[in-house]
Design a protein around this ligand. Structure first.
Ligand code: SF4
Length: 265
C-alpha cells in the first residue's frame, strides 16, 4: 500500500510526474480556492500560514519512492504538493533530502527527474520557509490575484494570511534568493463565473494588477492556465485558449522582459 506517492501522471506542465504528499491523508491548506480541484477546505483545516505541523517521513518513504523510481527511468519530475500546502510541514526538507538521495542512487535513461514544489505562496513571508523552498529545482508558486478584493474572492484565505502585497513582495524576495540554476514559475489559474454576483479573476483590473506584480517578481516562467477538473464551486468554469492568449499578450507588454517565458496551457 502506498503512503506518500501518487502516479506517475502525465502532466501538462511537468511531463511525467510522480506526486509526493508530505501532509496527512486529509486536505490541510491556508486557502479555500473557489476552483480547487480537490474540493472545499473544511473549516477546521483552513489554517493560518503561521501554523506548522511536524510530520517527518517514516522509513517507508525511502522504500516506497525507490521501488517506484526503479520502474520509471523516463520520469521528468518528483513533485511535492498534494492535499494542500506542503510548506506547512516543518519536515519538508527531510522529504527533499531522501528524494534527492534516492534519485542520485539510480541510473536514469536521459536526464534525472527534477525536484519540484507546488506552493500557494501564502507562507513565503517567513524566511525559514523561503530557505526551504529555494532548494527545489523548480518552484511552482501560485498567484491568481494581485489586489486584495480578487485575492479574498478567489483564494478565500485564512484570516491570518498576510495581504497580497506582502505575498507578492515575498515572491520577489524568493526569486532573488534562489540559485540561478533553479527556476521560479508563477502559476496563474484564470477562470470565469456563471454567477452574476461573483466577479471572477479574469476581470481586467486583476489582469492588469497581476501584470505589474509579475513585473516586480521577475520570475523565470509564467504559466497561465484554467480549470481542467471539477472545481470546488459549481459556478466556476474554464476560460478558453483565446482568452488565455489575450492575457499572455497583456502580461508580455507590461512586463517587457523577453527573458521571462510566458506559457499558456
Ligand atoms: S491552495 Fe491549492 S490546495 Fe489549497 S485550496 Fe487552493 S487550489 Fe486547493
Amino acid at each position: 500500500m502506498r503512503e506518500y506517492t501518487y502516479g506517475p501522471f502525465r502532466s501538462r506542465r511537468l511531463g511525467l510526474s510522480l506526486g509526493i504528499n508530505v501532509l496527512a491523508s486529509y486536505k490541510l491548506c491556508t486557502y479555500n480556492c473557489v476552483y480547487c480541484e480537490i474540493g472545499l477546505t473544511k473549516k477546521e483545516n483552513l489554517v493560518s500560514p503561521n501554523y506548522r505541523i511536524k510530520l517527518p517521513p517514516s522509513s517507508n518513504f525511502r522504500k516506497e519512492l525507490k521501488s517506484i523510481l526503479t520502474y520509471v527511468p523516463h520520469l521528468n519530475s518528483i513533485t511535492f504538493g498534494y492535499n494542500g500546502e506542503p510548506t506547512l510541514n516543518e519536515n519538508l526538507l527531510d522529504f527533499f533530502e531522501i528524494a534527492d538521495n534516492v534519485r542520485n542512487e539510480l541510473d536514469w535513461k536521459n536526464k534525472k527527474p527534477i525536484l519540484t514544489l507546488f506552493t500557494n505562496s501564502s507562507t513565503l513571508y517567513d524566511d525559514k520557509v523561503r530557505g526551504r523552498v529555494k532548494k527545489f529545482e523548480l518552484v511552482l508558486a501560485k498567484l491568481d490575484a494581485a489586489n486584495e478584493e480578487d485575492f479574498k474572492r478567489t483564494n478565500r484565505p485564512n484570516h491570518e494570511t498576510p495581504k497580497i502585497e506582502v505575498i507578492i513582495n515575498s515572491l520577489a524576495e524568493l526569486k532573488k534568493e534562489m540559485l540561478r540554476e533553479n527556476k521560479l514559475a508563477i502559476q496563474i489559474l484564470v477562470f470565469a463565473s456563471y454567477k452574476d454576483s461573483f466577479l471572477p479573476n479574469n476581470n481586467s483590473k486583476n489582469i492588469q494588477d497581476l501584470a505589474f506584480a509579475l513585473k516586480k517578481i521577475q520570475p523565470d516562467i509564467i504559466q497561465i492556465y484554467s480549470t481542467a477538473r471539477i472545481p470546488a464551486e459549481y459556478f466556476v468554469y474554464a476560460i478558453d485558449d483565446e482568452k488565455k492568449r489575450e492575457i499572455a499578450a497583456i502580461f508580455k507588454e507590461i512586463i517587457n522582459n523577453e527573458k521571462i517565458e510566458i506559457i499558456v496551457y
